[in-house]
Design a protein around this ligand. Structure first.
Ligand code: SD4
Length: 341
């Protein structure tokens, strides 16, 4: 009897790193099998990066494009109401409005961005449309919303009951304290007004099987920020930068300090000069500390970087900056980036 299954000789495929093939016997369920020829990898900020990476990996393992992987990956926290600092369910600004910032960058240096966008679940996809359908890089506020609606995105209420309750609690004191992700020993989110837990931007970097790099960054920004405040996350060069010849970088933490130092661009430029990813992230952190040593003690900023060889690293001002790594060898590795304090 002729076996109609196409046989894939795993060992004969040089450079293949993971093997699973898509095929079927007549009458038998299809086997999901993929051959990954390069060394795809996806990394992203914080613990919830594990779930986001898993979605990105679905694209990468089928030899999909890194750009699609990062878009699909960050959709996961954007749609998660429990994540109070990204997308749906994100903390509002001090006027009770949820305003989202996001940007995306591909292997050709194309980029798109939205800032202070309201009512849209997936700002990263609007950013991608800005990149692909307009001659511009960045749309903000009302104009970004108008464009999103024209592109068929649905208008929704992003403020969940939980986020609204926390905001109302915060309103009782309405103390504008932009404290952000200090995960060091003395920090407890409970100490923050309105029990705000105000970090968790997702920055994601991926390299696909062809060795091409892309990145995405998306957030609801600092909790109870001034209406109209824009952080680093949608700013190309600050919250995200990708150079397909060198590598990519992304940031999390107090966006103002990242913008002041054009953080992600700096990390990529340092990698261009030969710094390994962690060392490049460290140097960018040191610039922030050097410029404002007193401020730096009180805030968190973390950088995450991936170079063209697939090497990655991270460094943060404060302890506790975690990031998730997913490649053929490790599907859910979570690593703590090194820190200054
Ligand atoms: C911002 N960088 O809006 C963002 C916030 C953030 O972890 O990363 N939080 O400044």
């Amino acid at each position: 009897m002729i076996n109609r299954r196409k046989f894939l000789s795993v060992s004969s495929i040089a450079g293949a790193s993971v093997l699973l093939a898509k095929d079927s016997f007549a009458g038998l369920p299809a086997l999901e099998t993929f051959i990954i020829t390069g060394n795809p990898i996806v990394i992203s900020t914080w613990d919830f990066g594990i779930a986001a990476n898993a979605a990105a990996w679905e694209v990468l393992k089928k030899n999909g494009r890194a750009l699609d992987a990062v878009e699909q990956g960050v959709h996961v926290p954007e749609a998660d109401p429990k994540n109070r600092s990204v997308g749906y369910g994100g903390n509002p600004d001090r006027d009770g409005k949820v305003t989202l910032d996001a940007c995306i960058m591909d292997e050709f240096g194309n980029c798109g961005s939205v800032a202070a966008l309201e009512h849209i679940m997936h700002p990263i996809s609007v950013a991608r449309k800005v990149m692909e359908k307009t001659p511009h890089v960045m749309l903000v506020g009302e104009g970004a919303l108008q464009f999103a609606l024209e592109q068929g995105f649905q208008k929704i209420n992003l403020l969940t009951k939980e986020s609204e309750e926390a905001w109302k609690k915060w309103l009782k004191t309405a103390k504008y304290e932009p404290v952000i992700n200090i995960e060091n020993k003395s920090f407890s989110p409970k100490k923050l007004p309105g029990n705000q837990y105000n970090h968790d931007t997702i920055g994601m970097l991926a390299m696909d099987a062809k060795g091409n790099l892309s990145g995405a960054c998306t957030t609801s920004g600092m909790a109870y920020k001034m209406h109209g405040r824009v952080g680093d996350s949608p700013i190309i060069g600050a919250g995200l930068y990708v150079d397909n010849e060198i590598g990519g970088a992304t940031s999390t933490g107090v966006g103002e300090e990242v913008i002041r130092n054009v953080g992600s661009f700096l990390v990529v430029e340092l990698m261009r000069q030969g710094y390994p990813p962690e060392e490049a992230c460290k140097e960018a952190v040191m610039r922030i500390i050097k410029r404002k040593p007193d401020t730096a003690k009180e805030i968190q900023v973390g950088f995450l970087a991936l170079n063209k060889k697939g090497e990655y690293g991270a460094y943060a001002i404060q302890q506790g900056f975690s990031y998730a790594v997913c490649n053929a060898a490790n599907q859910e590795l979570l690593v703590k980036g090194k820190s200054y304090y």
